[in-house]
Design a protein. Structure first.
Length: 558
């Protein structure tokens, strides 16, 4: 089963066109009414009209840098990635390496999954113009997905100092605000023109309703109440129709009721069916939407509180879970994303069919944080908890508030014993593993035990191999059936491993790429992953994929 859950506050930092910033003692150019009109169209989410406006401005004056940068970012919002690349490449060739164009190129590179190249473009732009907001926002986005949370915060803080009223700075700043301040800032953002699409606006609206319902309550922290910090839990085989082994699951108790949940590294948080919500007597808080692979769009449900959750010998109190309005979620009672265990070092030993949770390596000069269950998914693991004490007073100006010194995030720490682990990118709950398809440059694949097999995105497949139709194959995700299914013969290389010359499912993953904000070139799915021991450190953005042929031979014996 494919799952792609999204919390209401998106973790992808999208960028807004900016004017070239001049030195403090220089006079800004006179206002261009046509440019202002195009910017307003962009900010209101009217991208087709904004594209037409920027194009007309460039036709009249190709040297108008804000129009060039605005057109590139508009094309990205419309998912016209190739056109955006052509536009910024032509502008750089014609006008030279000017800061707004370098930052716009960084946006395109990030959207194409070229994270290192994007970082270089943003850094070059910032070095040439220390007040160029898109460069700071771009670097914040890059550092965040590299688990360099302190560096990301510093870039975002600088962008906020330069342009606190910029719509995209406002949106990005929401992620660092404590809960009480976040509500007021989010309401103000939604009340004004903003460039988010319908789904993004719906998720943020859901978040506002949740914050309203919980504003005067202590945070639902999902605190560990058992004394143990280490546990081992048996996994069982999940079987879908026509498949001998299509996934793994574990048994968990919600409010002392046992349920079977599929363990899914491609999902976020805990999501259960409507029947489970009723049987466990979960306390409803507010409406919510979630989605995934499929052609039907976001699915409806609600957020609820489980007073108790027990997994293995670990017991937790006061946890948020998603409840689907449907009476079934895949073939099990629900899904549990691996990111739920993100405050632990996670070992998903698939040949051994066990889940082992142990403490993360302690950073030098640091004390271990109290363990909790990340039942909502998402979140920045480099941040301390954003919850405030119940008697905390709201700030006078919520939108301009900053975290206190004790709540500043921390960058990844690579312990000596993990020096050979694979460094991955994280966007929300997604684990993105650099992967090559045949002889193509590295691209980003989602590590997804909930996908029954490997998948190559249509774009990546067409660039690296010959793609053919797969008639009669049916694939279903959280958002319904996938109508068009193809296949291609490819060799995948990731981590220290290689899977050679395999006939691989090929799908259009553009919707997932749009939601994530970067190109998802494929999924590393269960048929292949079942042969591996997966070790995951969400906090530091590290995975270790171990293959032992002897263990796999025992696993595959009838």
């Amino acid at each position: 089963m494919f799952a792609f859950l999204r919390s209401a506050v998106a973790t992808v930092l999208l960028l807004v066109p900016q004017f070239l910033v001049f030195a403090d003692d220089a006079k800004p150019p006179a206002t261009n009414p046509a440019l202002s009109a195009a910017d307003q169209l962009w900010q209101s989410g009217k991208f087709a009209e904004a594209e037409a406006g920027y194009t007309a401005l460039i036709k009249a004056d190709p040297t108008l840098l804000p129009a060039q940068a605005g057109l590139v970012r508009t094309l990205l919002r419309e998912d016209k990635v190739d056109e955006a690349l052509e536009t910024v490449t032509a502008a750089l060739k014609s006008l030279g390496d000017l800061p707004p164009l370098l930052a716009a190129r960084g946006d395109v590179q990030f959207r194409l999954g070229q994270v290192d190249a994007a970082e270089s473009s943003y850094s070059d732009a910032k070095s040439l113009d220390r007040k160029l907001v898109p460069a700071y926002l771009g670097l914040a986005r890059v550092y965040r997905c590299e688990s360099l949370y302190r560096k990301a915060y510093e870039e975002l803080r600088r962008a906020h100092e330069i342009a606190p009223n910029d719509v995209e700075v406002e949106r990005a700043w929401l992620s660092v605000l404590p809960q009480r301040q976040q509500l007021a800032a989010m309401q103000a953002y939604l009340a004004a023109p903003h460039p988010d699409d319908e789904e993004q606006t719906q998720w943020m609206t859901d978040s506002v309703e949740f914050l309203k319902q919980t504003a005067d309550q202590p945070a639902h922290a999902c605190r560990l109440v058992s004394k143990l910090e280490h546990t081992e839990t048996a996994l069982y085989t999940v079987r879908s129709a026509g498949a001998a082994r299509s996934g793994i699951g574990l048994t968990a108790k919600l409010n002392d009721q046992p349920f079977n949940l599929q363990l899914d590294t491609g999902a976020g948080g805990i999501v259960v069916s409507h029947k489970v919500g009723e049987r466990a007597k979960l306390t409803r808080i507010s409406a919510s939407h979630f989605g995934g692979l499929g052609d039907k769009g976001p699915q409806t449900g609600y957020l609820a509180v489980a007073n108790h959750i027990q997994i293995g010998e670990l017991a937790f109190q006061d946890c948020i879970v998603f409840v689907s309005e449907k009476n079934s979620v895949g073939s099990e009672d629900g899904l549990i994303g691996a990111d739920v265990f993100a405050s632990y070092l996670i070992d998903i030993d698939l040949p051994g069919m066990r889940l082992v949770l142990s403490p993360l390596p302690t950073r030098p000069d640091d004390t271990p944080a109290p363990a909790s269950l990340n039942s909502e998914g998402e979140g920045d693991l480099g941040h301390a908890a954003k919850a405030e004490p119940a008697d905390a007073k709201p700030a006078t100006n919520p939108a301009s508030s900053s975290p206190g010194a004790s709540h500043l995030p921390k960058d990844r720490y690579i312990a000596p014993e993990m020096s050979r682990w694979t460094q991955i990118y994280r966007i929300g709950h997604d684990i993105l593993v650099p992967t090559t398809v045949n002889d193509s440059p590295p691209s980003l694949f989602l590590l997804d035990t909930g996908a029954f097999d490997d998948v190559v995105a249509m774009r990546a497949g067409q660039q690296a191999a010959k793609v053919k139709s797969s008639f009669g194959m049916k694939i279903t995700g959280m958002s319904g059936d996938v109508k068009k299914v193809y296949h291609a013969k490819v060799t995948l290389r990731f981590g220290h491993l290689q899977q050679s010359n395999v006939d691989t499912i090929t799908l259009d993953l553009s919707k997932i790429s749009h939601q994530t904000g970067t190109e998802i070139s494929g999924l590393l799915g269960f048929t292949m992953l079942q042969m591996l021991d997966l070790k995951i450190d969400y906090r530091d953005g590290l995975v270790n994929l171990e293959f032992d042929p002897k263990r796999v031979q025992r696993l595959l014996k009838p």
